[in-house]
Ligand binder design. Sequence first.
Ligand code: PGA
Length: 255
Amino acid sequence: MRRAFFAANWKMFKTSQEAEVFLNALLANPLPDCDLVLCPPLLSIPALSGPLAQETRVGLGAQNLHEAEEGAYTGEVAPRMLDEFGVKYVIIGHSERRAYFNDTDDRVNLKVKTALKWGFTPILCCGENLEEREIGVTLEKVAMQLKKGLEGLSAEEIDRIVVAYEPIWAIGTGRNASAADAVEVIDGIRKVLNVVSGVNAGETVRVLYGGSVKPENAAEYMAHRTIDGALIGGASLKPESFKAIAENGLKARLG
Ligand code: PGA
């Protein structure tokens, strides 16, 4: 069975001091047996880097990287700078980056390639907006984002990716997708992964749901074998809530 995976996307929340307080609280208690990943804002990465270097239960992620190795890109961060602090995962193509920071499908593809080159695990996000859902083109939209995002990658590279399905209308709105809707799209994602990899990547790659996941609804998703975990924004800001999502989700997956 694919190992369950829960990632916290803190977006532009938490100073380095607040990040440390969170981590100490999270590590103070036993943790569920799954992959847990924290993606703090850039300036809070160094604060978590030391403690997480010794920690096998929790991985360190970034919310973005630049596709170039280095250069004249004011305000950006190079992959080598993330590597220096022990970052292992990078969220790529989040809908907020696509909407506000010009992360087009082509740039997403370059970022995925750079991330893989540096040994990071890309958490590649895809998802439809409300209009696309209402007119019934969700699967086409997601397939397009994935095909473009994964263009030119080998089957072995595709196997190293984690995909997050995040309907845009469900992010930060409290209006989560039904488990049935998430299952339908994630099964579609698995078919696309099989096609683009030419092998059975749809069975080996972990696919997460994201969008208003909370401790109260995590089990609904994880009761379905096709859903391997969650990418969590708002409800990941408190250690007890992040942990409860993983615990409730894992219980539903195993039970
Ligand atoms: P949310 O955010 O859990 O606050 O809806 C999810 C995300 O943006 O990854």
